[in-house]
Write a protein that binds this ligand. Structure first.
Ligand code: PEP
Length: 249
């Protein structure tokens, strides 16, 4: 009943030329009908991506957004309203790189989630523990805390209007992937916590896995009952690999 989502996070990669080449290659892939597809390019390339991907099922996302929808004196920021105006349908919020390198707190991430929803974007709320937190047995505590601010404000129904991405920090860009069982354990924990609040809505929430997803591990991950697709970093910069991951969902 939940449609899988396969999303690509291009991070700070690409030039106009390399993006053009990647878009051409993406446009010629064979995309599965039953899977939602999205890429999050650097903001500079959102227009180019929207134009070139119009004839494909791939939608475009921002990698982050401002905490407010209204225009203002916020040099360097991009509002969710501007992302929507540029044709985006999704925006990532709370990616671990934003949390770790740019000091985004749960409160800030919640404001971004709220602003995105208010603009008609689907926020992808990224959560996940570091290696030290996992080693200390704190995975559940950390992930529950990261979800809580959004749940307090919007409930499970609001969360279901977006997407949850479970991305263990130790698996992002490291080549270390959570095993399907490790990932499923956390996805099931998330869904069980949501179900305690609202069982019906909890069944609708798309929970995707991120952390070194590749063509050769995607099928086993996506076969897990609570893993509804993937958020793919490095491998999404290769159209053939991203296509193979999408077809595994
Ligand atoms: C990410 O950036 O969200 C990510 C999961 O990266 P990678 O697939 O490269 O680990």
């Amino acid at each position: 009943m939940r449609r899988p989502l396969v999303a690509g996070n291009w991070k700070m990669h690409g030039s106009r030329q390399s993006v053009e080449t990647l878009l051409e290659q993406l446009a010629s892939q064979d995309w599965p009908d039953q899977v939602e597809l999205m890429v999050a390019p650097p903001a500079l390339f959102i227009g180019q991506c929207n134009e070139r991907l119009q004839s494909t099922p791939i939608r475009v996302a921002g990698q982050t957004c401002a905490t407010q929808a209204e225009p203002g004196a916020l040099t360097g920021e991009i509002s969710p309203a501007q992302l929507r105006d540029a044709g985006c349908e999704f925006v990532l919020v709370g990616h671990s790189e934003r949390r770790a390198l740019f000091g985004e707190t749960d409160e800030v991430v919640c404001k971004k989630f709220a602003a995105a929803l208010a603009c008609g974007l689907r926020p992808v709320l990224c959560v996940g523990e570091t290696q030290a937190e996992r080693d200390a047995g704190q995975t559940t505590t950390v992930v529950a805390r990261q979800l809580q601010a959004v749940l307090d404000t919007f409930g499970v129904g609001g969360l279901a209007m977006g997407v949850v991405a479970y991305e263990p920090v130790w698996a992002i860009g490291t080549g270390l992937t959570a095993t399907p069982e490790q990932a499923q354990e956390v996805h099931a924990m998330i869904r069980a916590r949501l179900a305690m609040l609202d069982d019906e809505q909890a069944r609708k929430v798309q929970i995707v896995y991120g952390g070194s997803v590749k063509a050769d591990n995607a099928e086993a991950l996506f076969a897990m009952p609570d893993i509804d697709g993937g958020l793919v970093g490095g491998a999404s910069l290769n159209a053939d690999e991203f296509g193979a991951i999408a077809r595994a969902a």
